[in-house]
Design a protein around this ligand. Sequence first.
Ligand SMILES: NC(=O)c1ccc[n+]([C@@H]2O[C@H](COP(=O)([O-])OP(=O)(O)OC[C@H]3O[C@@H](n4cnc5c(N)ncnc54)[C@H](OP(=O)(O)O)[C@@H]3O)[C@@H](O)[C@H]2O)c1
Length: 336
Amino acid sequence: MSLKEILPGRLGFGTAPLGNMFRAIPDEDARATVEAAWDQGVRYYDTAPFYGAGLAEERLGRVLSAKPRDSYVLSTKVGRVILDEPETDVPDFGEKGGLFEHGNPHKVLHEWTADATERSIEGSLRRMGVDRFDIVWVHDIAQDFHGDAWLQKFEEARTGAFRVLSRLRDEGVIRAWGLGVNRTEPIETTLALDEPKPDGFLLAGRYTLLDHEHALQRLLPLAREQDVDMVVGGPYSSGVLAGGTHFEYRQAPPEITERVGRLKAFADQHGVSIKAAALQFSLTHPATAAVIPGATRPSRIAEDVAALNETVPAAFWTDLRAAGLVSPAAPLPDGA
Ligand SMILES: NC(=O)c1ccc[n+]([C@@H]2O[C@H](COP(=O)([O-])OP(=O)(O)OC[C@H]3O[C@@H](n4cnc5c(N)ncnc54)[C@H](OP(=O)(O)O)[C@@H]3O)[C@@H](O)[C@H]2O)c1
């Protein structure tokens, strides 16, 4: 089934920040943020065991397990099994080192085999207190976590997680599966396989207002050809587009801050909120099924909903294109 058929709307909620990404968030703030998303009508939630070694799943589960299970769509990920024993080493997450240092103190096993996939899903169900997931993404089999060894992890997943998830989908245990990654290449490699065929992808950070050129060259045309949809993760490029300071989950470098400043200047000139520009840009590509911004404060959710509904003048988009701030290949809202 395509993602567009499964997802209940174009705005979902991503819970990576609720795993204490970057900083420790009080439980009450986490709960209030999820409650705000629910109250604003958001009915698609994405999580993962990796987000704070189970913390984001626990926090999301505390709210969602009290709601009727048929009234929302839920995705989690596989590739990290959370163990009961405490972490004793400093985890090495490659270029994403230290991302979840404030999360649960559990040891995390990084494994994409069939056995680990089954154990991972069991752990996620238990932590969340739900009886099923709608979508399961194979998490982070990409260069940002594994460098040149990513193809080995991809192969482990292809012969492990991919087969388990295909079977679970065919048996009706889950409704869809795919990859959840921050890079385009693993998705392109998956689309080139004859079998197994995933139902869609979670592409994070690579189809945003700030960073989209590479995805437009190969991945998105291929996705259109094969009629597969994407959920756009990290639509604010991990925060910098929305007024935060992170890009790619680290302090934004000066060239990114400068580019955001230029985007923001055009937004101000046209009276457009930068969040509206960001979300509406990502949603305009025909391969995008939904965007899933993350947040740790309830007030962000109202901003996201307002951003989705804001009217953005066509002249804003044509100005961005003329200034070289959006790719000539990017579809723009209202055919601008
Ligand atoms: N490999 C994968 O599968 C993968 C990778 C990345 C992301 N994802 C998914 O995509 C979701 C979204 O990505 P993300 O949460 O990493 O990044 P994001 O949605 O691009 O940005 C979220 C950040 O923006 C900040 N923000 C929002 N409004 C703001 C404002 N008005 N002023 C300042 N800051 C503002 C939030 O800050 P506050 O915390 O202060 O609210 C939050 O930290 C994730 O949660 C996850 O579900 C998946």
